[in-house]
Design a protein around this ligand. Sequence first.
Ligand code: F6P
Length: 357
Amino acid sequence: MRIGLLTSGGDCQALNAAMRGVVKGLANNVNDLEVYGFFNGYKGLIYSDYRLLTSKDFSGILTKGGTILGSSRCPFKEMRIPDENGLDKVEAMKSTYYKLNLDCLVVLGGNGSQKSANLLREEGLNVIHLPKTIDNDIYGTDMTFGFYSAIDVACDAIDRIHTTAASHNRVFIVEVMGHKVGWLTLYSGVASGADIILLPEIPYDEKYIIDAINRRNKDGKGFTIIAVAEGAISKKEAELTKKELKKKREKEVHPSAAYRIAKLVEEKTGAEARVTVPGHTQRGGSPCPYDRALCTRLGSAAAKAIIEKKYGNMVALIDGETKLVPLEEVAGKLKGVDPKCKMIKEAKFMGISFGDE
Ligand code: F6P
């Protein structure tokens, strides 16, 4: 059996753990196994940049962050556009796959990478996808790997702000990653006791953010902590078209969501505001134990799917069980936070403001 492996898009903590799961699962059940690792995501497949990997490559990597194969962003919308030398990328990927006589290509990636995996499936290649991203925004799986590890990092950042915040009468704003969705901000915000949580799925009204800060001041709480998702938008912004919002952002002097909120707070309350952006630290370091276990399970289930020739699927986690979900059913769909979900209701019930009421 010959398989190809690639890690694509923004990295996360448990990519190596997932690859280890796949390869150990295959090695334990298949006699003649060859594993080809493509370097830097789809680029390695396009430009035939790969190496035959050995079992040694997968030893001792369960706890290692990053990816031993490297990663890159190769946007799905550019896959059908020839490169600067006129190379047809899709044909080039197929040619590498057939040249190596692969039985299956395993893609570890987020939404964009999943769309490209589905494209390769449509082109006739055998593909298995593993849902990777700290954003937890992949439709069709309850959980993506990397998410829990990133919660730990974001939560640690807010915890640290908490102790310093208690020494000062200030408003602290921590900006959490998550692209267009608020999962990471919601979980890290709730876990670290943020007072106000702002998510892209719940556009905020400036008035309610100010009200929440004033309420805390009135209660004698000297400080306020706001966890804001990088993709958070106001109610007014939510009414704009994508193009109008892009134009608005281009004109703004503030580099990101946290700075916009800081300006608002300083102008409307007179309080001092401080911004913290943990940024890519949220994707860095070792995977947490939950992600290690999750990746070992997903990897093992992927190996089983390959042995049983159940190609064209994402290996998902649904209700605590690993399941195969057809790529054609999920590719291109986003999983956002439901503003009416129980977790939001519970958080609101005990006084956390989401800036919307
Ligand atoms: O998708 C993971 C993610 O970390 C998002 O949370 C974030 O918006 C984006 O990637 C950052 O991308 P880059 O590493 O390309 O700057």
